[in-house]
Design a protein. Structure first.
Length: 150
């Protein structure tokens, strides 16, 4: 496995402001310099499953964590989550739903589909940056992921 081809974080976010806040927070915290951004659900699935422009990637080079927005164009976050969890090659990737939705139906459905964590995006930039920093610190530095044979 070539380390330069491995992404630590897949950030799936369609809101330009939230994307910029997240990237700025990650740079400031120096947590991850290998980030791939997908701006809709279809793009995220192409990346994860090595399709389209990502066909040269190996599916075994999965990100350490996926930060997934719920309300996405083309394919929503629940469907992205469902597809990732339904494939033995990708079902162990930690996924954090990072969204503005506080609706209990969204929270419950996310956990039913196998999300590892559900975080509501803070409105305040400082709290937003703190949330991104803390969750990435946990998932990228502290969490011990399961290794599965592909």
């Amino acid at each position: 496995m070539n380390e330069t081809n491995v992404f630590e974080l897949l950030l799936v976010e369609d809101n330009p402001d939230d994307l910029e806040f997240s990237l700025r927070a990650l740079r400031k915290a120096s947590l991850s310099n290998r980030i791939h951004v997908a701006r809709d659900g279809a793009e995220a699935l192409e990346f994860i499953f090595c399709e389209g422009p990502h066909a040269a990637r190996r599916i075994t080079d999965s990100p350490k964590v996926i930060l997934l927005d719920l309300k996405l164009p083309k394919i929503d976050g629940h469907e992205v989550l469902k597809r990732i969890r339904s494939d033995a090659r990708t079902k162990m990737i930690p996924i954090v739903m990072f969204t503005s939705s506080k609706a209990q139906t969204d929270v419950v459905k996310s956990y039913q589909l196998g999300v590892n964590s559900y975080i509501v995006k803070p409105v305040n930039f400082e709290r937003f940056a703190e949330a991104v920093r803390d969750l990435c610190l946990y998932w990228l530095e502290l969490n011990l992921p399961a290794k599965i044979d592909h």
